[in-house]
Every structure is written in structure tokens, then in C-alpha cells.
Design a protein around this ligand. Structure first.
Ligand SMILES: *Cc1c(COP(=O)(O)O)cnc(C)c1O
Length: 347
């Protein structure tokens, strides 16, 4: 019996077309700039994001780390959302690798209001550390897969520019954000100095992420990537799958969003969960198990016993992520399992 894995969109396996492309990829030593497939992927990524240049890296975490280390100097500060991936899941690289002190700002959208941060951007640099970077995240993982509205990111970018501060977007799922907002990815990216995004999530590539920005920024980023041991040789073998991801898999994300709605609408029937399907416009559904009288890990365990794997953020918050390896039938089954389970626990 098939196990339906909704723990993350990272669990997706490469498609047949990706494996074929990997087999046939033309390769060379990318550390010498000689891998035509990597170059093609980077050009495609830059074009899609409306940026001058792109750099292929092994993971989203590496893309963020390279961005942080390229934008900042040791001893500076960066504005980071309280629930950001950069803050939660990257082994404290912001401080341990970049040597940057995070200034944590909490805003439900994941994007600060200018008045929350204007103090940090205007401090006297002779007495206070420089704030050289604002980190944003869209869609925002720990905030339920929400995209940042275009006018919000536009206003924070304008504000950052006025204060000579760079904006980096952790756009691991930027194509999910673009789809939910009904815009192209470049329309989001135009309000940033750099964007990192993943090929290995909803786009189903086996590995790889990209960092995009100006030509000058990416030239520096190449050096930083090397410092981190991230220079790769015949990387065209994996980049080939990334090209398929970028050209063939972006439009399919809408299916993941529809599937998440099926699950969210099912769970919305359960009053104790206080779920608003509209709060989950992309491929995630998050709910709190508190009113069911069970912990999130235990809820996940019970779902797994019925062949539905889900994850959790903390002892009370369950996370469900729809993805390419779970089709409509799987999702209908999973929704049924989760709804029945929650109903059986209610009161
Ligand atoms: C997954 C993710 C990353 C990091 O990607 P890895 O490839 O797992 O290192 C960064 N930011 C966000 C928001 C993510 O969801």
C-alpha cells in the first residue's frame, strides 16, 4: 500500500524526464566555468527572475549563506523575521559563518513594517553596528506558506533603498508565491537585491538551488561559494534536472495549491481547529492540535499509522505540504484520514 508523504515538498523524487536529461547532460568543470548545462540553468534562472546573473548552489541553505556573506561584513546586523528559515533552520550560519547579528522582527506577514525597523536603519554608525541587510521570506514556511503581497515587498524595498540597505529574499518557494499572487516571479524579485530559490521542493528536482542578483554580486558570490566548499565540478549532471524543473514544473504548482485547499477545506469542518482555508493560499496547511487534546507529534504518528505522513513545527503545530508525488486521489484519501482522525479526537 502506498504511503502518502505530505511531510514536505522536498520529498519529491525526480521525474523520468529529469533522469533522462541527467543521463544526456553535456558537462564540464564548472569551477573553470566550463559546464554548459550549469551555465544554461544559471542563464535561465537569471532570466526568470529578471536579474543579471545567477549562481547554482547545492541547497537553499547554501544560497542563503552565500547571500548573507556577500551582502554583509562581519560585525554588522541583519533584519530577520522571528519565524524565518534563516533564523530557525540554518544551524546559526548567520552568526557562525557570516558573523552577523540578527535583529529579530516579528510581523505576521513575515515582512516588517518600515516603522518597525526604521530605528535600526538610521542609527549612528559610529556608535551602533551597521544594519546592512533585510532578509525576507516568500512564501513563508513557518507562517503557513504565505506569500508577501506585492505592495508590501515593494514598500519595504523602497524603504531599504532609501537607507542604502540591501534586501535578500529567501524565495525557496518563490514560484508558489508568484502563483498565489497571480504574478510572474520577476515581479516579486524586482523588489529585491538578491533572491535564493529551490529547485528541489515543489519543482521536484533531486538537488540544487539558485542565487540571483547583479553581475557584480554574483561574481563575489562565486568566491564565497568556493570558500564554503560549494564549488562543484561536472555539476551539469544535476543541473540538467534543474532545467527540467524550471521549464516543465513551475505551472504544476497550481495543482499542489488546489490539493492543499482540499485538505484545508476538509479540516475547516472541525471547529476545534479554527482553520480558515483562505489562510493557506499555497501548498501548505498548518493547524494547532491543542484543542484536540493531543500533541502534534502524536497526531502525526496516528496519521502515519494510516499511511499519511505529515510533519510538525513544534509540539502543537502540524504542517502538511502537498507535492508532486501525491496525486489527487492520494490527497482525497489523506484529507479523509486527517479529518476522521481529528473528528475522533474532538471533545
Ligand atoms: C527549504 C527552505 C530553505 C533551504 O533549503 P535547503 O535546500 O533545504 O537547504 C530555505 N528557506 C526556506 C523558506 C525553505 O523552506
Amino acid at each position: 500500500m502506498k504511503i502518502i508523504d505530505l511531510r514536505s515538498d522536498t520529498v519529491t523524487k525526480p521525474t523520468l524526464e529529469m533522469r533522462q536529461a541527467m543521463l544526456e547532460a553535456e558537462v564540464g568543470d564548472d569551477c573553470h566555468g566550463e559546464d554548459p548545462t550549469v551555465k544554461q540553468l544559471q542563464n535561465l534562472a537569471a532570466e526568470k527572475m529578471g536579474k543579471e546573473a545567477a549562481l547554482y548552489v547545492s541547497s537553499g541553505t547554501m544560497a542563503n549563506n552565500v547571500a548573507l556573506m556577500t551582502h554583509t561584513q562581519v560585525g554588522e546586523t541583519a533584519i530577520v523575521d522571528a519565524e524565518a528559515h534563516i533564523y530557525y533552520y540554518e544551524s546559526a550560519a548567520i552568526s557562525s559563518l557570516a558573523g552577523v547579528m540578527p535583529i529579530i522582527v516579528d510581523h505576521p506577514t513575515g515582512c516588517p513594517d518600515p516603522d518597525q525597523i526604521s530605528y535600526y536603519l538610521q542609527r549612528d554608525p559610529t556608535r551602533f553596528p551597521l544594519t546592512s541587510l533585510i532578509c525576507l521570506e516568500s512564501t513563508h514556511n513557518r507562517r503557513g506558506g504565505r506569500p508577501i503581497a506585492l505592495d508590501r515587498i515593494a514598500s519595504i524595498y523602497q524603504f531599504a533603498q532609501a537607507h542604502r540597505t540591501a534586501v535578500h529574499l529567501d524565495g525557496a518557494r518563490i514560484f508558489n508565491a508568484a502563483h498565489a499572487l497571480g504574478v510572474s516571479a520577476w515581479e516579486i524579485a524586482q523588489y529585491t537585491d538578491s533572491v535564493s530559490f529551490c529547485l528541489s521542493k515543489g519543482l521536484a528536482a533531486p538537488v540544487g538551488s539558485l542565487l540571483v542578483g547583479t553581475t557584480e554580486f554574483i561574481q563575489q558570490a562565486v568566491r564565497i561559494r568556493r570558500r564554503l566548499g560549494g564549488g562543484m565540478r561536472q555539476a551539469g549532471v544535476i543541473a540538467a534536472a534543474g532545467i527540467v524543473a524550471l521549464t516543465e514544473m513551475v505551472n504544476r504548482l497550481q495543482e499542489d495549491h488546489q490539493h492543499a485547499q482540499i485538505i484545508a477545506e476538509g479540516l475547516a469542518e472541525i471547529e476545534a481547529l479554527e482553520l480558515e482555508p483562505g489562510d493557506f493560499p499555497t501548498n501548505m496547511v498548518v493547524f494547532n492540535t491543542r484543542n484536540l487534546g493531543i500533541s502534534a507529534p502524536d497526531f502525526a504518528k496516528q496519521a502515519a499509522a494510516k499511511r499519511v505522513r505529515i510533519s510538525y513545527f513544534d509540539p502543537q503545530r502540524v504542517r502538511i505540504v502537498t507535492n508532486n508525488d501525491a496525486d489527487r486521489e492520494d490527497v482525497l484519501y489523506a484529507a479523509d484520514v486527517l479529518v476522521r482522525l481529528a473528528k475522533s479526537m474532538q471533545n
